[in-house]
Ligand binder design. Structure first.
Ligand SMILES: NC(=O)c1ccc[n+]([C@@H]2O[C@H](COP(=O)([O-])OP(=O)(O)OC[C@H]3O[C@@H](n4cnc5c(N)ncnc54)[C@H](O)[C@@H]3O)[C@@H](O)[C@H]2O)c1
Length: 256
């Protein structure tokens, strides 16, 4: 299999850490110019410094002007845009009845507005560059009810649906739009919240790890997600459009 992205240009939002950084690494290794876009400017620069042909751009994906400017700066630097990976996302652990509207809106603004704005401004630039791909980072939690992560899961379900509409609308313009739906992957997004999650679910210490072992065998790795994104970003996936690749060790496959 070849995942050649030589001469292509890609943006990864939330690319400074975790899954986003692994995606940036894989795209860079495949020969693409990579723009690491992140809220954390210093971390984005440190990430870009580790990659060949990479640039860091500070960007808050909630902000329309910043996302528009991210795309404009990318095209100004590299002359084109072929691959957009709206990966920036945040989590929250709250039961619905304890969730306040401010927290709900904050999460939606990053996880959903951010993806909408990324597609909204990247797609015209990709079309102007002769076509390409958008790979959204959703989550397997989009597919089922998920106690304590209802906001997050609702945002990801919306991303899965938006992926499908964008795929159909952009098909005739040479842009394919797909999503990855990871299960629990070992990053700061998950590890920072384990204790709070165990407390809220009434699990003993270590109970979260046990839940993961039962549901999906083990934690997934950032590289396992990045490899699927690389596949969807390049020509090896030329007939995939509007699809979602589930990477969850079987978490979503059964009831037990
Ligand atoms: N870790 C998991 O188990 C898991 C599972 C399924 C899906 N995901 C999704 O993968 C994506 C990456 O998650 P991760 O686990 O690598 O998280 P992470 O916390 O390790 O990294 C997220 C990155 O996004 C950046 N970011 C946050 N808000 C931003 C904003 N407003 N604008 C720009 N950048 C912003 C952060 O600075 C950080 O660099 C998210 O969309 C997440 O929902 C993660």
């Amino acid at each position: 299999m070849s995942h050649n992205l030589e001469g292509k240009t890609a943006i990864v939002t939330g690319g400074a850490n975790g899954i986003g950084f692994a995606i940036a690494q894989h795209l860079s290794d495949a020969g693409a110019n990579v723009v690491v876009a992140d809220l954390d400017a210093a971390a984005a620069q440190a990430a870009a410094d580790q990659l060949a042909n990479a640039t860091a751009i500070a960007c808050d994906v909630r902000d329309e002007e910043q996302v528009k400017s991210l795309v404009e700066q990318t095209v100004a630097t590299y002359g084109a845009l072929h691959v957009m990976v709206p990966n920036a996302g945040i989590g929250d652990f709250s039961p619905i009845v304890e969730l306040d509207l401010k927290t709900w809106r904050h999460l939606m603004s990053v996880n959903l507005d951010g993806v909408f704005l990324s597609i909204r401004y990247a797609a015209p630039a990709i079309i102007a560059s002769g076509g390409g791909t958008i790979v959204n980072v959703a989550s397997v939690t989009a597919l089922a009810g998920t106690p304590l992560i209802g906001t997050y899961s609702a945002s990801k379900a919306a991303v899965v649906n938006l992926t499908k509409t964008a795929a159909i609308e952009l098909r005739a313009h040479g842009v394919r739009v797909n999503a990855v739906l990871p299960g629990f992957i070992e990053t700061q997004l998950v590890t920072a919240q384990v204790q709070g999650f165990e407390e809220k679910l009434g699990l003993p210490e270590g109970g979260f790890a046990g839940m993961i072992a039962q549901g999906q065998g083990r934690f997934g790795t950032v590289d396992e997600v990045a490899k699927a994104v690389l596949f969807l970003a390049g020509e090896d996936s030329s007939f995939c459009n509007g699809s979602g690749v589930v990477l969850d060790g079987g978490l979503n496959a059964g009831l037990f």
